[in-house]
Ligand binder design. Structure first.
Ligand SMILES: [Zn+2]
Length: 366
């Protein structure tokens, strides 16, 4: 077994001026003991009297901070590269680490910090991220719960409705005592209770062509959890115009659909469905029904897509429409192409300003 160790300048006096040495060890603790036999005096520089790694020295295994792995019990494998990084006064290194996680944040988020795809750096990204959730209903409820608990620093909630008794079967962020309360207020209360660390901003209104651009401009990514076609098309068009990524999901009965849209990087919702269906053509959940768990699955898929987007990890549902059928318990991914003739993101867009779709749709209803 051979472990490569990168030695910082202050310790090179003990390693015969070598900046890179080799040693072995089952874990970091074992490695330090072996180093001590090779280079006497080095352990005392790395650890205190009780054998704990000194607080101004950090160990990284293959670029991962061991404080977010298993500390000095982090296992080592043949070929691993261990970097020893001490604090350096006045250096750039310190300036870069102005923002640190507190002990309680490390504890709260430990189960995701331990993931190599998240780590301390990823957690800091989540804490500084801003996500807007449009609709605090069946999709928005589970999505908001997971984003708040993961530590999304700022969550915006948009909904003009009040909680009704028939919402509670799937809109799990609202409780029986909340009936009659504004949905955004009811949701904010729960999110702050889960995680007092985060900022929750409420917009007790329905988005329209006049206000949507102003609301979405402050956020990194938008979650569309709305329950009607006029809002869905408005969110799509506004996000394409403002170049905001967004996560779309739709639910009906036992079925769900989800797609993640990043302007200029893949197709948009209108590439898939250029125009909203005429009123009455596609039933709504209030007419056709919805199983609560289906809303939960789709809302959680949206939350997961948002977290991956912020972390910059994994493959998003970009150009992929995920179609879920709960009765068959079947997930399928369909490839969606960007449509050069798309009225909003195509080569010659015909939609150049936001339309008040609600008026448009109700006019057609006449
Ligand atoms: Zn498009």
């Amino acid at each position: 077994m051979s472990i490569k160790i990168r030695v910082p300048t202050p310790l090179q006096v003990l390693t015969k001026n070598q900046s890179e040495i080799e040693s072995a060890g089952e874990d970091i603790k074992g490695l330090i003991d072996n180093l001590e036999t090779q280079y006497p005096g080095i352990k005392q520089r790395l650890c205190d009297e009780s054998g704990k790694i000194r607080r101004f020295i950090n160990f990284f295994v293959n670029e991962q901070d061991i404080r977010f792995l298993q500390g000095d019990r982090t296992k080592l494998n043949d070929g691993d590269i261990v970097s020893i990084i001490p604090a350096i006064a006045g250096g750039e290194h310190q300036n870069k680490r102005v923002k640190e996680l507190t002990d309680s944040q490390i504890e709260r988020y430990s189960r995701q910090i331990i993931l190599p795809e998240v780590g301390g750096a990823g957690q800091l990204k989540l804490l500084s991220a801003k996500v807007l959730i449009i609709g605090c209903g069946g999709l928005g409820s589970p999505c908001a719960y997971y984003l708040a608990s993961a530590g999304i620093g700022k969550i915006g909630l948009v909904d003009g409705d009040k909680v009704e008794l028939n919402n509670l079967q799937r809109q799990i962020i609202h409780f029986t005592k909340d009936v009659g309360k504004l949905k955004v207020e009811s949701a904010k209360e729960k999110l702050k209770a889960i995680n007092p660390d985060i900022d929750v901003v409420t917009y007790p209104l329905r988005v329209n062509s006049q206000n949507i651009l102003d609301i979405i401009k402050d956020y990194d990514i938008v979650v569309d959890g709305s329950d009607n076609f006029p809002t869905r098309y408005l969110v799509n068009d506004a996000c394409i115009m403002a170049k905001k990524p967004f996560s779309h999901a739709g639910i009906l009965r036992f079925e769900g659909q989800a797609i993640t849209i990043i302007p200029n990087e893949g197709p948009c919702y209108r590439c898939l469905f250029p125009d909203p269906p005429p009123p009455g053509m596609v039933p709504s959940c209030s007419q056709a029904g919805i199983l609560g768990g289906v809303a939960g699955i789709l809302g959680e898929i949206q939350a997961t897509e948002v977290l991956k987007f912020i972390l910059g990890k994994g493959e998003l549902l970009l150009g992929k429409l995920l179609v879920f059928n709960a009765l068959k318990m079947d997930f399928r991914k369909l490839n969606i192409q960007r449509n050069p003739g798309c009225p909003i993101c195509g080569n010659k867009p015909t939609i150049t300003e936001l339309i008040d779709y609600e008026l448009f749709c109700s006019a057609r209803k006449e």
